[in-house]
Ligand binder design. Structure first.
Ligand SMILES: CC(C)[C@H](C(=O)O)[C@@H](O)C(=O)O
Ligand code: SF4
Length: 472
């Protein structure tokens, strides 16, 4: 019987099978950020150890960084806790010989955006980070997963980890995405279908004609959101789209090495007769823009739909829905497009790549952010920011009344000074809508970049297809 892509990646990194069904696997690369790494560096320092292979790590501060009024020399714009976190990462990187992208450097950005952008993420490698959205990098056919703070130290010291092999799930996507829908809508619809724990324990492989047609940004969005379905691993087999994206990137192989690499990467797909533990199929041909109404990423629906009535839900879900509607201050049965919003956040490692910003700018072009709404665009990286400025996208956003920021996690997570005030309601392109995620008492509606701009210009959750009818 054939092997899955997951099995191929696992087997090629197997160092030793351990007792109890766990394996020791080799880790090729680690991305390091300021929130999850201090403990690991401290443990190394206490034990008097060095990194086994410092050149395989790449560090950047992204969660706590300010995205405006950032001082050119470093981090003086950050609040004291954030500034201390960033300073500690800078010191650790320099003490341990880890490559570090400073806040004002050309390579700065969110770990999951700069890894791929710089060709640090490559097909066939194992890549870890002390961050759950490391699933993103699976879009390249890398075995990539988030790890805990102490595991970060283990990888630094040994370049290995003991892990349990996951079951496999194939998500087969068919059909062409309708206008104004994107990978974000696929992810939200899929999570609504299988549940926020629906893929727990599985390594998910996305495949099918829809995936073949998806660009790398879309593939990354989908793999990024895999953790919101409970799975630590999202995978897509590398293909011509992947190779075209990587060619010429700083970290990508060059010359004859490139040809050899591509020949190897072509072997990284599941065999035709490979068996999966679970298969989910979804046809996207009639997919509508999706938006969440609740406080879990699986509490979402078509934008043309309504806030659910807990009384109509399955008995075991009723209490959860009631609580979510209470927190979100929504009335059962109301149309989603009747929900007025205060803030709009276009950013995060889910949806702040250049392709996302292009899509957002198409909707923003010639329109104005509704009065009373505060909207911002936070590029995923400094490179994306420069790119967007060169293409004129920044001008479009500014002319429409959006704030145009420096790169960082920003209002995806309330760990910096971009956050919602209690009671504020936000249309957000990020990946988590948990209670307090964007600021204590803040209310988050997850959606695509196109939908977020539609919300910004109408002042409420809006159907971007209706807004753009006749415009494309
Ligand atoms: C702070 C970090 C460890 C966390 C994660 O693991 O994902 C964050 O990035 C998030 O998105 O919640
Ligand atoms: S952008 Fe959001 S989801 Fe991504 S790493 Fe930062 S905090 Fe986590």
């Amino acid at each position: 019987m054939g092997r899955t892509l997951y099995a191929k990646l696992w087997d090629s990194h197997l160092v030793r099978a351990e007792e109890g069904g766990e394996d020791l696997i080799y880790i090729d690369r680690q991305l390091v950020h300021e929130v999850s790494s201090p403990q690991a560096f401290r443990a190394l320092a206490d034990a008097g150890r060095r990194l086994r292979r410092p050149e395989t790590h790449l560090a950047v501060a992204d969660h706590a960084v300010p995205t405006r009024a950032r001082s050119i020399s470093g981090h003086s714009g950050a609040d004291p806790v954030a500034a201390a976190q960033i300073a500690e990462l800078e010191t650790n990187a320099s003490d341990f010989g880890v490559r570090y992208h400073p806040l004002d450097g050309a390579g700065h950005g969110i770990v999951h955006v700069i890894g791929p952008e710089q060709g640090f993420t490559l097909p066939g490698i194992t890549l870890v980070c002390g961050d759950s959205h490391t699933t993103t990098h699976g879009a390249f056919g890398a075995l990539a997963f988030g790890i805990g703070a102490s595991e970060c130290g283990t990888v630094m010291a040994t370049q290995c980890l003991v892990q349990k092999r996951a079951a496999t799930m194939r998500v087969e996507l068919q059909g062409t995405l309708p206008a104004w829908t994107s990978a974000k809508d696929i992810a939200l619809a899929l999570i609504a279908q299988i549940g926020a724990q629906g893929a727990r324990g599985f390594a998910v492989e996305y495949a099918g004609p829809t995936i073949d047609a998806l660009d790398m940004a879309g593939r990354m969005t989908l793999c990024n959101m895999t953790i919101e379905a409970g799975s630590r691993i999202g995978l897509i087999a590398p293909d011509a789209t992947t190779f075209a994206y990587l060619k010429g990137r700083a970290g990508a192989p060059q010359g004859a090495d490139w040809d050899r690499a591509v020949a190897f990467w072509r072997t990284l797909s599941s065999d035709r007769d490979a068996a999966y533990d679970r298969v989910v199929t979804m046809d996207v041909s009639a997919l509508a823009p999706q938006v969440t109404w609740g406080t879990s990423p699986d509490q979402g629906a078509s934008v043309a739909g309504h806030v659910p009535d807990p009384d109509d839900a399955e008995p075991q879900l009723q209490a959860q829905i009631r609580r979510a509607l209470g927190y979100m201050d929504l009335t059962p049965g109301m149309a989603l497009t009747d929900i007025a919003i205060d803030r709009v956040f276009i950013g995060s490692c889910t949806n702040a790549r250049i392709e996302d910003l292009r899509m957002a700018a198409r909707v923003a072009s010639g329109r104005r952010v509704a009065s009373g709404v505060r909207a911002m665009v936070v590029p995923g990286s400094a490179a994306t920011r420069r790119h967007a400025e060169a293409e004129g996208l920044a001008d479009i956003f500014r002319a429409a009344g959006f704030e145009w920021r420096d790169a960082g996690c920003s209002m995806c997570v309330a760990m910096n000074d971009d956050r919602l005030a209690p009671g504020e309601r936000c249309a957000s392109t990020s990946n988590r809508n948990f209670e307090g995620r964007q600021g204590q008492g803040g209310r988050t509606h997850l959606m695509s970049p196109a939908s977020a701009v539609a919300a910004a210009v109408t002042g409420r959750i809006a159907d971007v297809r209706v807004l753009m009818a006749g415009a494309d």
